[in-house]
Design a protein around this ligand. Sequence first.
Ligand code: BGC
Length: 817
Amino acid sequence: MTTEPVLRAPRLVALREELTLAEKVGLVTGATMWSTREVPRIGLRRMTFSDGPSGVRGEVWDERRPSLCLPSASALAASWDPGLVARAGTVLAGQAVERGVDVVLGPTINLHRSPRGGRHFEAYSEDPFLTGRTAAAYVAGLQAAGVAACPKHFVGNDSETERQTVDIRVGDRALHEVYLAPFEAAVRAGAWVVMSSYNRVGGTTMTESPLLAEPLKGEWGFDGVVVSDWTAVRSVASASAAQDLAMPGPAGVWAEGLLDAVTAGVVDERVLDDKVDRLLLLAARVGALDGGPARPAPPSVGDGRATAREIAREGLVLLDNDGLLPLGPDADLDIVVVGQAAVHPRIQGGGSATVVPDRVVTPLDGITAALRRSRVTHVLGAANDQVQPLDPDRVTDPVTGGPGVRVRLLDEHDRPLLDELRHTTALTWFGGDAPVARSSTVEVSVRWTPRDGGPARIGFAGVGDGHLTLDGTTVLRARVEPEGHPIESVLVPPGTSTAVEVRAGVPVELVLRFRPSERKESLANATGVTLGAVTSAQEPQRLIAEAAQRAARADVAVVCVGTDAGAEAEGRDRRDLRLPGHQDELVRAVAAANPRTVVVVGSGAPVLTPWRDEVAAVLLSWFAGQEGGTALGEVLAGVAEPGGRLPTTWPAAEADVPVLDVRPVDGVLDYAEGVHVGHRGWLRSGAVPAWPFGHGLGYTTWEVGELRVPERHDARGPGPLRLATAVANTGDRPGKCVLQVYASRPAGGPGYPARTLVGYAVVRSGPGVTVPVEIDVEPRELARRAGDGWVVDPGPLCLAVGRSVTDLPVHATVELV
Ligand code: BGC
């Protein structure tokens, strides 16, 4: 490592000097799936980590210990509101403190480089500046309450294909200006932990990368802990790099080999000491050291549910509206709500980010509540083919006959190691105390009362062998093979199902015996299995025709569509950007039957919307968290504004997307587009997207006033470049305007993007009110990376201001000197 530790507080150095070599080695590998080791002798307690980033799951994945589920990251970023993001951080800090969590594994600040990236729901934007600002606000909000943030995954984990090994080849300028920039913003906001990623950059796996030393610990002065992504430490040699903590534990390559390597002088003990110093500093920061400062009480932000609802509203993007919306809270209408997503919404993406909330407000619930005078009904219209957990209201425990699901973990002689009552048939053990490692079979038993009779499909999701009986008769015996890394087998397992006949309201007894496949040692205490059914085994065309008939008779149709776990989840990328299944056909059929059709898209990342000119309005709700249904109802009714603006360009056609392919060639993914990512790439190619970056409508209208900038600006000085303008609300309702500033170089210059987002401000005002606005553009936003530093090219700089990257009514030029 080339850098000296930034902070060597004498008290912490003295504590470290009390530790034996074995204790020091012990500290740099986790003690469990989620915690570090305690050393009571020096007053050090264990520190607990938890996913993140849109909720705090805690050490167990269990509906009996629920957590608040905020909208996913792309929704949060769509608010463009750092104040709201900071409040989200504070709410999460409160959740962390309640669960004994010291480090929240978030924010995820990789970029939406290609819309095919399967994990974009968990990240903010295609734009490095918007991502960095959002990340900084999240870090500040969380850490003000004494809970560490952990920006991840450092760096280049912008897609999921071969994510454990893919080698990202990216030029130095793009690396610094685009991919490292958000991490720099998060570190400069004071992040106490950073997570290194699984992938390689420039041939080196990130847990061994020189980038951990420079720029992270050197140029940026990061004095915190670099934790590995789970199981990402692959060699003892990585201990000589600036990687500080290997997670999870207790198994792992450092646990096996680091003590010998230090003893033999292969790894310098001073390098180990630096890691320990950083861990002790983290412990002091989160209140894990006796005699250190106690953790401050998280500031009160009221009901977490209210914040969840507010973020959902502020992230909702009204993409198109021919005037049908808002419907008006007193509207007296016959409204048909269509779609599986209306009753089984995806409130969050799949994978480690998952939390288990205590309730979910569905779009159907929210619309019914907000439009009280209207008659709101639901029709399915289309169903996906994935195994969904059984509805907890329709299952009982076969042992007691009461509500619940009977779950047993059995050893190899079928002796129960655990026998308990659960309230879900979707079971994930990922750490925690359950004797998963010692068990060989998971048995899930329920009495299930189907709502509808006729053909049904039942089955399981889980990597391993499953045997499913219905009333004692075998209906399915199958092996499901892994589709990715063992972590993905646990968190987002694929599934299988079989056709059966059931009668409506007649209970059947289902017993699933599941034997997970061989597990990696470090994941020995982890397994995931779901007993479930697909939502409908009906012919798709029949379901669509039924929805269209129903829509034809209604005043308004609201079709809820979205992606599913097959399309958007950790560990996989998307094959294409179409809505899964028959949802496009469904929208078209409903729109043909009723022109007053509103489409609500629930996805974490762009989908194609080939029907967008055939419908009255399109709303993007993202993965809207547990309270998303309420927010949707309020926005449709018009008691709330749709506050979101696109943090990522939405394409009209896949062929137009400037950066699309995420498949490595011979293990290498070439970021050949350089700095021209996202809207920069779209402007360069000239292709017209469905909706541009920054776009989003409200229910009022705005006018942006004249732009005032200084004639000359010394961009090498420390001061920002100040812009001044005013925005007038020219409509008849209060509203929110997200004013955006883009810079371009009219004289050209070395490799600049067509336009760069350099500032923004959220303005809220009432009808007829004009608000003066000042926006400061920081010196860094005007510089480019050259060699080991940043340079500003003198010359004219055009600054354009408006409400999306292509709607920039006012501009002015300043001479940079
Ligand atoms: C994910 C991380 C996550 C970790 C622990 C990994 O698979 O990439 O984002 O924090 O698991 O769940």
